[in-house]
Design a protein around this ligand. Sequence first.
Ligand code: E4P
Length: 219
Amino acid sequence: MKFFIDTANLNDIKEAYDLGVLDGVTTNPSLMAKEGISGEDKVRAHYKAICDIVDDNVSAEVIATDFEGMIKEGKELAKIDDKIVVKIPMIKDGIKAIKYFSNEGIRTNCTLIFSAGQALLAAKAGATYVSPFIGRLDDISYDGLELIDQIVNIYENYGYATQVLAASVRHTMHLIKCAELGADVVTCPLKVILGLLNHPLTDSGLATFLADHAKAAGK
Ligand code: E4P
């Protein structure tokens, strides 16, 4: 399973990368705005800075919502670095753009997926990744994990190469359940990745080991 970090914060990206388990980064316009990044040049420079930290898979989202605009913007984003994956919203022109980029050999991440039908369309268009937002579905009392299960099954039925990138992951149980269900990737904040480290028995076990060692050494 690949781990992506869902942030535009360079310190968090570095910290996750230094842990040695990071496979990529997802951003979106809201995450870029949260870091105070705006204006074409600054946005591009920020994507480049992210690409310089990680090995691959940096999702950069288009702002345009019409086919021509998405193609123009996507091509420019893809030129920033080979690590860029062009992130495209699940709308009609987005599907056409994904098909176009798939034919051009440019990787895409189809974002804002909330149904199995949307995921099926994106796979048929040749998306590299689809991003079902599980936390946002949970927020409106739909089962986000059920959607992951559905998409994984559908892709398996037909052998689609599109990878299921579980997004809007809010806590460690989301991540673990996604792993059980066979999602190819999860993207989540740093705190969710670090949350996997925690167990009270690890803490108390380590404290006992260190205390016993100190006692035996006469300290
Ligand atoms: C995915 O690519 C999105 O950036 C993200 O996971 C959205 O998560 P949120 O619902 O926590 O904003």
